[in-house]
Design a protein around this ligand. Structure first.
Ligand SMILES: Nc1ncnc2c1ncn2[C@@H]1O[C@H](COP(=O)(O)OP(=O)(O)OP(=O)(O)O)[C@@H](O)[C@H]1O
Length: 366
């Protein structure tokens, strides 16, 4: 995505509240029709960035463009955006129809036209026939769908969503995630979604900006973030990661060789990277990239001998912690159950850990 192709372009934006810098030189380009998420822990600046897109805050410096237009002097109600909040922002004293039609009142449309538009929205959010229901007679998930319909009926080019599923319990939240993704595909407009829940961001998004302390740490697809994190901070924030201290011992056009504590010498294939011999690095491997075996594996994949310190059966998967010589923290291993061929592993069992070197990510220490 280049700034020229972008539907939303955030360019070198800083935001200060007094002397506190909440956003530090952020540049993000978002494509038309993308489901884009801002992901990060509390206080990292996601809401501030969203509020600047909505026009409730102005950047201290830098520029925001939407659909090619600079937004600097454009007030919130004249921006082609609408926002949905976490806490069911619908009016409790109005029924569903009046809630959804609320934003249309300024447009002086006929009653018949409004009713048709609301009915279309009720179909879209899968609540047909709910127009006369009182807002207080809706479940949490239904209220949030009404809030979405109320924002979408104004036909914004961009929908800004600030943790809209945050108040829902886990099961409903997962169901609403699927619905939200389907809804976004149906309406085809750009969604900018704020969440601190990495699983939610991975499930929903085309691309994600991982934020920390007002900065973007990495902007990538869900697969890119999970498989190729650029730093230890991103690797730990998205899923679980094992880290091994290492040192680069050689590199050429086919990849590089790293000596890693507990794992031995690994040749990691790939293009030549910005490391030189002798560099101190972290080798990172996800729990599901390890396999447990009773016997020493033959062949080219990496292997090391260890002892199971903890085994937990979780139905679909089992989780293990395996102690390796020369590694302080036990290695987290996650194995799928029921695919056959697994052997019984109990706490205290000696095991072999297997992995493929190409699954390893080499990171600089922070
Ligand atoms: N109006 C304000 N005045 C002063 N500081 C603010 C203001 N708004 C936000 N901040 C500060 O800016 C930082 C970023 O806040 P922001 O609300 O963007 O974080 P967030 O990532 O959305 O967090 P959360 O998930 O908790 O909502 C925080 O340290 C917050 O205290």
């Amino acid at each position: 995505m280049t700034p020229q192709d972008a539907f939303i372009s955030i360019r070198n934006v800083d935001k200060y509240f007094g002397s506190f810098q909440a956003i530090n030189n952020v540049s993000i380009d978002i494509g038309h029709g993308e489901f884009f998420s801002l992901l990060g822990s509390s206080g990292c600046g996601k809401t501030t960035l969203l509020r600047m897109l909505a026009g409730f805050e102005n950047p201290s410096s830098g520029e925001i463009l939407i659909d090619g237009q600079p937004m600097t002097d454009v007030p919130p109600h004249l921006r082609p955006v609408n926002m949905v909040f976490q806490n069911y922002a619908i009016f409790p004293h109005l029924n569903v129809l009046d809630n959804i039609a609320y934003g249309l009142r300024r447009q002086k449309l006929s009653k018949a036209k409004v009713n048709t538009m609301v009915d279309e929205m009720l179909d879209l959010i899968k609540l047909p026939g709910y127009g006369n229901r009182k807002a207080t007679e809706l479940s949490g998930g239904q209220r949030q769908r009404v809030a979405l319909a109320r924002a979408l009926i104004l036909r914004p080019k961009v929908l800004l969503l600030d943790e809209p599923l945050g108040a829902l319990d886990k099961q409903l939240r997962e169901q609403m995630q699927l619905e939200l993704r389907e809804l976004q595909r149906t309406v085809g407009i750009t969604f900018v979604f704020v969440t601190h829940d990495q699983e939610e961001a991975l499930t929903l998004s085309d691309r994600i900006a991982v934020m920390s302390r007002g900065e973007v740490l990495q902007l990538d697809t869900p697969t890119g973030l999970y498989e190729r994190p650029v730093s230890r901070e991103v690797a730990s924030f998205i899923g679980t990661m094992n880290f091994f201290d290492g040192r680069v011992t050689g590199s050429d056009a086919t990849g590089m060789t790293v000596d890693a504590a507990g794992l031995g010498s690994l040749h990691i294939p790939g293009p030549k990277r910005a490391f030189t011999d002798g560099d101190t690095v972290h080798v990172a491997l996800r729990p599901e990239r390890f396999e447990l075996a009773a016997e020493a594996p033959a062949g080219e994949s990496g292997h090391a001998r260890g002892v199971v310190r903890n085994a937990a059966y979780l139905g679909e998967r089992s989780h293990y912690y395996v102690e390796l010589e020369g590694v302080e923290a036990p290695v987290a291993v996650s194995a799928q159950n029921g695919i056959g061929g697994s052997f019984s592993v109990t706490e205290g069992s000696p095991v072999w850990l297997k992995w493929h070197n190409e699954a390893a990510v080499v990171l600089r220490p922070e």
